[in-house]
Design a protein around this ligand. Structure first.
Ligand code: DX5
Ligand code: ZN
Length: 218
C-alpha cells in the first residue's frame, strides 16, 4: 500500500518557515499539512490564506490543508485560490456535507472529510465514495503535541474495511499524536497517510532524521 507522511507545520519554526519546509522536502516528506484554526470550531487561531500562499511559493510539495473552522463553505474559495491541493473539512462543521464536498471539487481541489474522536464513522457512509481522503482525528483538534487517543484504532479499522469493501482508493489519514511510538498501531489498523507535527519538528535529532525514521517504518 502506498503510504505518505505529511509534516504538520503547526509545530514548525515560523521565524524561518521556508528552511523547515525545505528540510521536509529533502527528507522525503510527501505532503505538507497545514492546520487552519478559526478560534471557534477549535480554541486556537492559526493560518489564513496568506500563509498558504507563502507555503506554496516555498515548497513544491502538495499542500494538505485541514480546515478546523466553523464555517468552511465561506473559506473554501480563498484557500483553494491560495494554493491548497487538498482541502479537508470537518463533518461536525458541515450541515450540507455533500454540497461542501462538491464546492471543494468545483475548484479542482481534492476533497477530504475529517471526524473528531467522538464522531462515529457512520456519518461518512453516504459520501465516502466521493472523497479523496478521510481524516480520522486521533486527538481532539486544536493543538499540537497532544497524546494519541487509542480508541480511534477501532474507527480506523472500520473505515479501512469500508474503503476495501467499496473498492475505493481513498486516503485514510490520521492526525494527532503520531510518532514512532504510535505509528505501528495506526499502520496495522489500516491508515496510509500520517500527519506528524511535534514528532517531526521537535525531534531531538532534527526534522530530516525524524522524517526518515518514520518513513523507514512504512
Ligand atoms: C491538531 C492538528 C494536528 C496537529 C498534530 O489539531 O490537526 O495536525 O498539528 O500535531 P501532533 O503531531 O504534534 O500531535
Ligand atoms: Zn491537522
Amino acid at each position: 500500500m502506498n503510504r505518505v507522511i505529511a509534516p504538520s507545520i503547526l509545530s514548525a519554526n515560523f521565524e524561518n518557515l521556508k528552511q523547515d519546509l525545505l528540510a521536509c522536502e529533502k527528507a522525503g516528506a510527501d505532503w505538507i499539512h497545514v492546520d487552519v484554526m478559526d478560534g471557534h470550531f477549535v480554541p486556537n487561531i492559526t493560518f489564513g490564506p496568506l500563509i498558504v500562499e507563502a507555503c506554496k511559493r516555498s515548497t513544491s510539495l502538495p499542500l494538505d490543508v485541514h480546515l478546523m473552522v466553523e464555517d468552511p463553505d465561506s473559506m473554501i474559495e480563498a484557500y483553494a485560490k491560495a494554493g491548497a491541493d487538498r482541502l479537508t473539512v470537518h463533518q461536525e462543521a458541515c450541515v450540507h456535507l455533500d454540497r461542501t464536498i462538491q464546492h471543494i471539487k468545483s475548484f479542482n481541489v481534492k476533497a477530504g472529510v475529517s471526524i473528531n474522536p467522538a464522531t462515529s464513522p457512520i456519518v461518512l457512509t453516504e459520501v465516502i465514495d466521493q472523497l479523496d481522503l478521510v481524516l480520522v482525528m486521533t486527538v481532539n483538534p486544536g493543538f499540537g503535541g497532544q497524546s494519541f487517543i487509542p480508541n480511534s484504532l477501532k474507527k480506523i479499522r472500520t473505515i479501512r474495511q469500508e474503503i476495501r469493501r467499496l473498492g475505493l482508493d481513498t486516503w485514510l489519514e490520521v492526525d494527532g499524536g503520531i510518532s514512532q511510538a504510535t505509528l505501528p498501531a495506526v499502520l496495522e489498523a489500516g491508515a496510509n497517510a500520517f500527519v506528524a507535527g511535534n514528532a517531526v519538528f521537535n525531534h531531538p535529532e532534527g526534522i530530516e532524521t525524524a522524517i526518515r525514521k518514520i518513513k523507514e517504518m512504512f
